[in-house]
Design a protein around this ligand. Structure first.
Ligand code: FAD
Length: 501
């Protein structure tokens, strides 16, 4: 048939070309467009640009003659080049992953949009669930339980495996004394191919020509670019790393910033892995007695709970959600932060997190939420700019996943539509959950003066600034009342006013 099926750069796995799952006809010709304007719009981390291009080109090499691979300036130009302005047969495409891309494909009369792939729940099913829960406040926990039941994940009949839905209290261990005590083998690391050499040469040339600018280091590619690599990474994770995932999920170690995390987010978001296969394998390891329930449940929760929830929140809350700014934060990001330069701060936790982002384009959840994001929130940086920063700087950053995670979860800019309270803390939390405070020149217990921890001072300053809003929040009111006990509050506020970062 003459009808093309178009694959976006984050639709690279077999489930995007499967006729049995609503995909294109078995021998429909495929189309991929590498649009350089995407990289011009934002100053991306170079490792991210590298990963995406490498993954697309590896996929094209696998598909061989079946795919038309167009390098163009924009998607529109690419389409024109491949199928012309008025193709005789419709071009099909699976539901893309951003509002902008969705609007674009909807604007093309010859494009027919097929259902989204790579998620458990459909848009319609989510809408029914969410409408039944009131649109003001949705809760991930309720959603997650519903997904577990309806998709039979870690269930024993109609009860959760082990009798409890939530094992989070087993999964908040502080880190072991040193990285060796964790006893976890290193994560999977891919080997580069000639395609990576070509990508690197192209990126060098674009930069030299002044066409595109990047931040961060493009060291040896650290994340899977092919289905085969992604499956190897998944296997290595469930066999060797999943057992210790749960207990230390929230912990951070300077010598091992990866700990037992899966590093699978970029593979999931490129569409190289289907979330269902990830959680099925984790569940199977628990059923065969090889990993404890808190680890299997913790991992299933991340994927079938959080990831799935974030995807649906992005569509359900619509296009205006991204500009929410309930706390009216307007400060710009400082240059050292946008440049990923750890030299801009003396806080050891921030230095470590920024350095890891610069070197790899990745940190695990806690550095994102409780170090980088929390800092931005306390400083009152503009949520849209913070979203843009995360989107550009992380290998796994895409619009759909960044907007809810940053606007909602991390910056509380939606006023609590997707979480119950702002995620931020003083230095004591970072001290408990990491080994980063010991060597730091600031002291987590000190809030005023030379040794004052910027997180501790920033936390009180933040609570003070938004006192009116949070004193009536059941999960925040006690913390807010703590302000009354600070005899040096005026001094602290003065100090924070003078802060220049
Ligand atoms: P693991 O800890 O091994 O978890 C397993 C998987 O669960 C992840 O691979 C991911 O697919 C999924 N997951 C867990 N939490 C979330 C979540 N909140 N949202 C979506 N998926 C989740 N994740 C992204 O994939 N892309 C992003 O752009 C992104 N931006 C974030 C920004 C902020 C401010 C915060 C707080 C979190 C963000 N996350 C994002 C979520 C989470 O931090 C990463 O998915 C995770 O750290 C990736 O590492 P991992 O694969 O080792 O995850």
């Amino acid at each position: 048939s003459g009808s093309h099926h178009w694959l976006f750069g984050d639709q690279l796995g077999p489930h995007f070309v499967d006729p049995a799952r609503g995909g294109p006809h078995r021998d429909a010709p495929l189309l991929m467009i590498e649009a350089r304007s995407v990289f011009r719009r934002r100053r991306f981390h170079r490792a991210k640009a590298h990963l995406i291009l490498s993954a697309m080109r590896h996929r094209a090499a696998e598909l061989g003659d079946r795919v038309t691979y167009v390098k163009a300036d924009t998607y529109r130009e690419g389409l024109r080049e491949a199928v012309g302005d008025k193709p005789g047969a419709p071009v099909t495409v699976h539901h893309p992953t951003s509002h902008a891309a969705r609007a674009f494909v909807d604007s093309l009369p010859f494009v027919r949009v097929l259902p989204a792939r790579g998620f458990f729940v459909t848009h319609d099913e989510f809408k029914v669930w969410a409408d039944g829960h009131g649109t003001k406040h949705l809760r991930q926990e309720d959603f997650y339980r519903w997904v577990r039941q309806t998709h039979d994940l870690l269930m024993e009949g109609d009860q959760p495996a082990g009798g409890r839905w939530n094992l989070d209290h087993d999964n908040r261990e502080p880190p072991p004394k040193d990285a060796a005590d964790l006893g976890v083998p290193a994560p999977y690391h891919p080997r580069e191919s000639e395609i990576d050499d070509e990508v690197r040469a192209d990126l060098d040339r674009w930069e030299r020509d002044g066409d595109v600018e990047f931040v961060g280091e493009d060291g040896p590619r650290g994340f899977p670019a092919t289905r085969r690599e992604a499956l190897a990474a998944l296997r290595r994770f469930v066999e060797h790393r999943l057992a210790t995932f749960g207990a230390y999920e929230d912990a951070v170690l300077a010598e091992d910033m990866t700990m037992s995390h899966s590093l699978l987010s970029s593979s999931l978001n490129l569409g190289l892995l289907d979330p269902a296969e990830c959680v099925e394998r984790a569940e199977a390891r628990w059923r065969s007695g090889e990993v404890p329930l808190n680890s299997a449940e913790g991992f299933v929760r991340q994927i079938a709970g959080w990831r799935e929830y974030v995807w649906h929140v992005y569509w359900y809350f619509g296009t205006t959600y991204r500009t929410s700014n309930t706390l009216r934060h307007r400060a710009p990001l400082p240059d050292w932060f946008t440049e990923l330069s750890p030299d801009g701060t003396d806080a050891n936790c921030l230095t470590h997190a920024l350095k890891q982002v610069r070197e790899t384009g990745w940190t695990h959840h806690i550095p994102r939420l409780m170090i980088l994001g929390s800092y931005a929130l306390q400083r009152g940086w503009e949520p849209r700019a913070v979203t843009d920063w995360f989107h550009r700087s992380f290998v796994d950053g895409y619009d759909w996943v960044m907007v809810p995670n940053v606007v909602g979860m991390s910056q509380y800019a939606d006023g609590g539509r997707m979480t119950t309270k702002p995620y931020t803390s003083g230095g004591a939390y970072i001290d408990r959950m990491s080994d980063l405070c010991g060597p730091c020149r600031f002291k987590p217990s000190v809030r005023v003066g030379e040794d004052a921890c910027p997180f501790t001072a920033g936390y009180w300053n933040f609570l003070h600034r938004h006192r009116d809003r949070f004193e009536h929040n059941a999960r925040m009111s006690q913390a807010v009342r703590g302000l009354d006990r600070l005899r040096d509050l005026d001094e602290l506020l003065e100090q924070e006013r003078g802060r220049r970062d």
